[in-house]
Design a protein around this ligand. Structure first.
Ligand SMILES: [Zn+2]
Ligand SMILES: [Zn+2]
Length: 508
């Protein structure tokens, strides 16, 4: 699991110019802040690196030169917008105008956010410089182009075979291929980014859309070097491996067309196995926007709430196949109805009752009845089902299955009522608690990818000394007699009237 900060994107240079700071400083600031947020949210990587490293530059140069030598990259003269007022060529995102495909105003020179089509900045209608507002003039400038058309037939044959892709990702990609692939310039007249490894191009840089995707490969190489096994990355890129790319839909063309074409040209490296791109998540019915401050900032969220409820709501409400909406009211409702009332309550009533009445340890069951066996079978089966759903990147469906198991366990307990039976039939009460504890033990595992902090706490309450870790993803019985630790509720009920307060913070 590798990722990193794209440090050469135009958002970095735009911010740097606005704040009068060097791009490197801005890029570092955001890299550290991303890392800190991931850590506090329990999102872990084997390596989270950045594109401003010597290793990434070397890998990028190697891919550039290899594709050049094989004839997939060619020099051409292109027309580029030049702002006479600012005395410079304007990189894609520095030009805005009307989208030539759908007519939306405010489209950027690299891509239209509304119709998703990749653009060349000179195609924009009514273009203007983002900084001074002047209409740029078009000048000739020499650049390198990636010949995407050379890969069209191979890409189509490959995409045709990817029946397991999300339908929206596959349809979008086939649509791009059907409209025909053109050569795209991969260098620009800018001074922030990866240098062009050829004399005469000192004033130009390799453009970010070509170089950022190389980060997946360079990060794998850096990871292997850090392990002290510098060749180990080859297992993922040149041997049998399935690679998954987790992105949003605006990045589909770069991951299902451009990067696969680069990998085909570079030397038959493993192509993406799956690109489970998400659609967009809106916030209270509106598009999330940094400039309009219409967003929820992680450090701000964490100053008031725990990370797990946010992770839960985002996963349960993920825009897997269509756009979805984050609302604070629904965040509170799901926390209270699902995490607290269904899952948290199940765990808490079983753990406290067992802890108080059965010597703080996992009780000894007597003969299991059919209803007990059925409950355990359902728990085992859920592990298998969820395993398959996770491998297929169906995270919402996985969560529904897991919550379904928690609901089933609640029904089982209501029917067996060990708190009532304990006086008349202590062994029968012990048996139902034993069964419920096994279910809770597997729920802890199943929820772990979604709710890592509460699962680790539950691991402790169930008497384990070691935290949940690699190799634990399998059915294992909670041993009879294992000493339990004093439990506390896994989740806090939140006051739903606070939703209005949260909504009022937006846009300020
Ligand atoms: Zn458009
Ligand atoms: Zn200008």
């Amino acid at each position: 699991m590798v990722s990193g900060s794209d440090q050469h994107g135009t958002p970095i240079t735009v911010t740097a110019e606005q704040e009068g700071r060097p791009p490197k400083e801005v890029a570092e600031f955001y890299h550290k802040s991303f890392l800190e947020s991931w850590q506090k949210l329990g999102i872990s990587y084997d390596l989270f690196t950045k594109t401003e490293t010597e290793n990434h530059k070397q890998v990028t140069h190697d891919i550039f030169l290899t594709l050049l030598n094989k004839g997939y990259i060619r020099k051409e003269v292109m027309q580029s917008p030049y702002c006479e007022h600012c005395h410079r060529y304007l990189p894609d995102r520095y030009v805005e105008g009307k989208c030539p495909y759908c007519g939306t105003p405010g489209a950027r020179g690299d891509q239209c956010d509304v119709c998703g089509k990749p653009l060349n900045s000179i195609e924009l209608l009514e273009p203007h410089c983002r900084f001074c507002g002047h209409t740029p003039e078009i000048r000739d400038t020499e650049h390198f182009f990636l010949d995407l058309g050379a890969f069209e037939a191979r890409l189509r044959a490959w995409v045709d075979r990817q029946a397991h892709w999300r339908p929206n990702v596959r349809a979008f990609t086939l649509n791009l291929l059907n409209s025909g692939l053109r050569s795209r310039p991969i260098t620009r007249d800018i001074d922030w980014g990866i240098s062009v490894p050829l004399p005469g191009f000192e004033s130009k840089r390799i453009y970010v859309w070509f170089e950022a995707v190389i980060g997946y490969l360079s990060a794998s190489i850096e990871w292997a070097q850090r392990q002290g096994q510098p060749e180990k990355w080859r297992e993922w890129w040149q041997q049998k491996a399935k690679t998954y790319y987790f992105i949003a839909k605006d990045n589909i063309p770069f991951h299902t067309v451009i990067w696969p074409a680069m990998l085909m040209g570079y030397g038959d490296y493993n192509l993406p196995y799956d690109v489970p791109a998400n659609e967009f998540l809106n916030l209270e019915g509106r598009k999330i926007s940094k400039s309009r401050r219409w967003g929820v900032w992680i450090p701000d969220y964490l100053s008031r709430y725990e990370p797990d409820p946010l992770r839960y709501y985002l996963a349960a409400n993920a825009p897997e196949t269509s756009d979805s909406d984050f609302t604070w009211r629904e965040f509170f409702r799901r926390n209270n109805d699902e995490l607290v009332a269904t899952y948290g309550n199940l765990v808490h009533r079983v753990l406290t009752f067992t802890y108080r009445n059965f010597d703080r340890q996992v009780p000894v069951p007597v003969d299991l009845e059919d209803v007990d066996k059925a409950m355990l079978d359902r728990a085992r089966a859920t592990l298998t089902v969820v395993d398959g759903l996770l491998a297929g990147c169906q995270f919402k469906a996985a969560l529904r299955e897991i919550m379904g198991l928690a609901q089933e366990a609640n029904r089982y307990l209501d029917a067996r009522a060990p708190w009532k039976r304990i006086k008349a039939d202590r062994p029968a009460a012990a048996t139902s608690l034993f069964v419920a504890l096994q279910v809770i033990n597997v729920l802890k595992l199943l929820f772990y990818p979604f709710l890592p902090f509460s699962s680790q706490r539950l691991q402790g309450y169930l008497g384990y000394d070691k935290p949940i870790g690699p190799g634990d993803w399998q059915w294992s019985e909670l041993p009879v007699g294992q000493a339990l630790r004093e439990p506390a509720p896994l989740f806090q009920k939140l006051d739903e009237t606070l939703a209005e307060e949260e909504v009022a913070r937006l846009g300020r």
